[in-house]
Write a protein that binds this ligand. Structure first.
Ligand code: PEP
Ligand code: MG
Length: 870
């Protein structure tokens, strides 16, 4: 292999040419040739050589080779010259075809393709050459053609008589002479040399440079060139140009599509005026076209194309279609085109390639972008459907759903009862909206960020959700949603939430339904074999747990128990507990909650049989559970048989300036220990029930939230141990359990060495940890996050993708200090970042045992964990 130039067919099969030197197309053609496929013979000129030619001219560098080329190829052979940039998207000059026609060589060409065909090619060469080499206007040549069509009164240029074609060649030569001042060159090697010069110099032109740099090319990007024997596409027998794809882009399953234009050359012809023919009989019949398909014209060509595609898949490790030419029935491949594919198609293609041995399973796993698995899990708007977008916000929970606008959780429940789909539209959601969210098919809020209440719950439910849609206005008095350009949508209007893109659309576009079996489940099973890190789910309800099991998680990593108390049948007892004046009253209220909590846990343990379940003790400030409206306060006073004033006063007393930094998490456990005692009892009694019944024994994990000091853990631990001992005595059995903490305050991270002594595990709550590290409210950041990302303050929303530099360092410090104190300490992450591939990678590097994420993100996490291992 010379540095300068190389013959396509001289490249050995195990040698992959560098695209930076030989261009993407050149390198690919050499591979095809090495695989023994029918590629026209040719020569590659390297980027360095092209650069030198641009300086000194081709004649200096190539003169010997160029005259040799024609001399060695015979009289009737024509050449093509194509640009081969290192990346196709960088563009490059158009190809020049049919180089080598001269008056002297015309008869030999006529013998091959007939006189009209030869004349047509001659005209096209003069036009192309004049345009590329001499900078003439192609329109002048097209006008000559149009005049002939008019003169002979024919419908198209294809019907022009031979006489007219002779005239056209003469006119083209005359035009050339007129404009250039010299006759059209009659030496084939001189034609090629001038064309090579023009292409090499054209690459350095200002407009070409600006264009490719706008597509990401570096300033010193080079251009390689390909000189190849022309496959004519015109002449006797079946001749023509075509493009074929052999896989269905949307599903990744085998399917033939494409176009074929008889008596034509090059890809451009397919974009031209004549309607191309289809490839298979079936597609032709479906399209009701009468023009015969390629399959009917040349069945063996289609058979060969399929076989060549299989050869390329095995040789290049991916599926390709082809740009091809038929010359007298002979098939020539002009290029291999990587088959385009949707996210779903990509999974099918990768698993099929691995099954056929074209690539390894690991390569298949690495080829899929984990985030794109979302397209398998939720209904999506069909990419071909028109989109009438009237609002946008943050893509808080993926998938799409169509329903009628409702403005309250009650209306969502009513709609569900009537079998209607409702989109719950709120300013922002509060914990009481959970039931309404369960009943809605999608959620839209005007305020809130990626970890706002609505977003977290929606992700858990797999409900499409857009939050922080600040360009929409709610007119609640008139029950309208108003877009920034003044369109209004009344209650009951049909809208669609696209939670994948963060868009709100009018009407009901076509949807594509999820698909979880087949290639998807194959890929996931390979991921599970490859990964070393566990993936658990954040699951609060039996429904979540069932979804999580369906997604084959390794357990529950976070059960937020507060969500169990918002249920209609419990909220009153919860509120009585909160409003209690004395410890006795509080214990009484808690006693009514105990059996309900126990039943919750029995159900969870049953669903998760044999898998670990980590339950977090109550976390939110109690104020969140109290009613907000006067009406609800009234109802509560009545239910408790106390004056309304007592309810309002108590609510006022509980209100905090900074509830997220107030009396919540373990601070509740320390100041009102009876709450955690009740929860611990519910957990142990449930474990006792399930363990007596089932063979698989549950080892409950109990997790203390918002810890910042060792003493907090000691206090809670003592109480929990006492309850465990009581339950074991009462039930006459032994229970094993683990007690651990959430590391979600910076202090807990820094004091990890201390805290590890009392904890079997650390689970990093990176939502709170991010909030506290930045001093940035997770519920309010959405309002300005876009500005911050746009202005480059954050590269990404740190609530979405872990801030490796800052929060990440705290994680590393805590992991190191914790493991130094206790090498067996189990480490995990259960914030929203547990479903983010980049963050998962970080956890693997940091030596974590598992991540925990919302059930619908579990497949993404499983694949990301596998990739982090590979
Ligand atoms: C966290 O803070 O990361 C966490 C998992 O807990 P929550 O989101 O419930 O505060
Ligand atoms: Mg938290």
């Amino acid at each position: 292999i010379s540095d300068d130039h190389i013959r396509l067919h001289d490249v050995p099969q195990d040698c992959i040419l560098a695209a930076a030197r030989w261009g993407a197309r050149g390198a690919r053609l050499a591979q095809l040739a090495a695989l023994g496929l029918p590629v026209p013979r040719g020569l590659l000129l390297s980027t360095e050589l092209t650069a030198r030619i641009a300086e000194d001219g081709a004649a200096t560098h190539l003169v010997g080779d160029l005259s040799d080329v024609f001399a060695s190829l015979g009289d009737a052979v024509l050449l093509s010259l194509r640009a081969s940039p290192p990346k196709a998207e960088w563009g490059g000059p158009e190809a020049l075809l049919n180089i080598g026609i001269t008056d002297d060589r015309l008869p030999a060409l006529e013998a091959r393709v007939g006189r009209p065909g030869a004349l047509e090619l001659y005209f096209r060469l003069i036009e192309g050459y004049a345009t590329m080499v001499e900078g003439l206007d192609p329109e002048d040549f097209e006008n000559l053609m149009a005049d002939q069509v008019k003169y002979w009164s024919v419908a198209s240029e294809g019907e022009l008589p031979e006489e007219s074609r002779e005239t056209l060649v003469d006119q083209a030569k005359a035009l050339y002479l007129d404009e250039v001042g010299e006759p059209f060159p009659q030496n084939p090697a001189a034609q090629l040399s001038a064309a090579v010069d023009a292409m090499a110099r054209g690459w350095n032109g200002i407009s070409a440079r600006i264009l490719r740099e706008s597509h990401g090319a570096p300033t010193d990007a080079g251009l390689a060139l390909i000189v190849q024997r022309m496959a004519l596409g015109i002449g006797q027998g079946v001749c023509g140009a075509g493009v074929v794809h052999l896989v269905d882009e949307r599903t990744g399953t085998p399917a033939v599509s494409g176009r074929f234009l008889p008596q034509a050359q090059g890809y451009d012809a397919l974009m031209g005026m004549r309607t191309p023919h289809l490839i298979t009989r079936e597609t032709r019949e479906a399209a009701r076209q009468s023009a015969p398909s390629l399959e009917e014209l040349a069945p063996e060509a289609l058979t060969d194309l399929k076989a060549h595609s299989a050869t390329v898949a095995a040789g290049l490790g991916d599926l390709h279609g082809f740009e091809f030419t038929l010359e007298g029935g002979d098939l020539w491949l002009l290029d291999a085109l990587l088959s385009p594919r949707s996210a779903r198609g990509a999974v099918r293609i990768a698993t099929d390639l691995a099954r056929n041995g074209a690539i390894t399973r690991d390569a298949a796993l690495l080829r899929i972008e984990p985030r794109t698995l979302i397209e398998h899990l939720h209904p999506q708007i069909d990419s071909r459907a028109p989109r009438d977008v009237f609002g946008s916000g943050l893509p808080a929970s993926p998938g799409a759903a169509t329903g009628r606008i409702v403005f309250s959780p009650e209306e969502a429940m009513q709609a569900e009862a009537q079998g209607d789909n409702a989109v719950l539209v709120r300013m922002e959601t509060s914990p009481e909206d959970i039931r309404g969210m369960h009943s809605a098919c999608a959620v839209l809020t005007v305020r809130g960020g990626m970890t706002s209440h609505a977003a977290v719950i929606a992700r858990g439910l797999g409900l499409p959700c857009v939050v922080g849609a600040g360009d929409l206005r709610l007119d609640l008095r008139n029950r309208l949603v108003i877009s920034h350009d003044g369109r209004s949508f009344a209650e009951g209007s049909l809208i669609t939430i696209d939670g994948t893109r963060g868009e709100v659309l009018a009407g009901a576009p076509e949807m594509i339904q999820p698909e979880l079996d087949g290639a998807f489940s194959t890929l996931m099973s390979w991921a599970d074999q490859a990964r070393e890190m566990g993936v658990r789910a954040n699951a609060d309800t039996p429904q979540d747990a069932r979804v999580a099991r369906g997604f084959k998680v390794d357990g529950i990593g976070l059960c937020r128990t507060e969500h169990m108390f918002f249920h209609e049948d419990r909220i009153t007892s919860m509120r009585e507990m909160i409003l209690a004046d004395t410890v006795e009253d509080r214990r009484r209220a808690l006693a009514t909650l105990l059996p309900m909590q126990r039943d919750d846990f029995v159900e969870l343990f049953d669903i998760m049989r044999g898998l670990p379940v980590c339950i977090r003790l109550l976390d939110p400030p109690l104020h969140e559970f109290l009613p907000h409206s006067r009406e609800e306060m009234h109802d509560l006073a009545e239910a408790m048989d106390i004056p309304v004033s007592q309810v309002t006063e108590r609510a006022k007393a509980l209100a905090e300036f900074n509830p997220m930094l107030g009396k919540r998490g373990v601070r509740l456990g320390v100041t009102m220990p009876e709450i955690y005692e009740m929860q611990a009892r519910a957990i142990f009694e449930a474990a006792a029930i399930v363990n007596t019944r089932n063979l698989e024994q549950i080892v409950p994990e109990i997790m203390i939230p918002l810890v910042s000091a060792k003493r907090e853990v000691e206090l809670v631990r003592t109480k929990v141990e006492a309850v465990a001992a009581q339950v074991m005595t009462e039930r006459e059995l032994t229970l094993t359990y683990k007690l651990g903490i959430m590391v979600e305050t910076p202090r807990a991270a820094l004091r990890a060495g201390d805290l590890a002594a009392d904890s079997a595990f650390f689970s990093f709550g990176t939502n709170d940890l991010t909030q506290m590290t930045y001093g940035l409210s997770r519920d309010d950041a959405g309002r300005f996050m876009r500005d911050y990302v746009n202005q480059g303050v954050f590269t990404e929303d740190p609530f979405h993708s872990l801030d490796i530099e800052g929060v990440g360092e705290l994680l590393l410090i805590a992991a190191r200090r914790g493991r130094e104190a206790d090498p067996d300490l189990v480490l995990s992450l259960c914030g929203e970042h547990g479903g983010d591939p980049g963050s998962i990678h970080f956890c693997k590097l940091a030596g974590f045992d598992y991540v925990s994420c919302s059930p619908f993100r579990a497949p993404i996490a499983r694949l990301a964990a596998a990739q982090a291992t590979l």
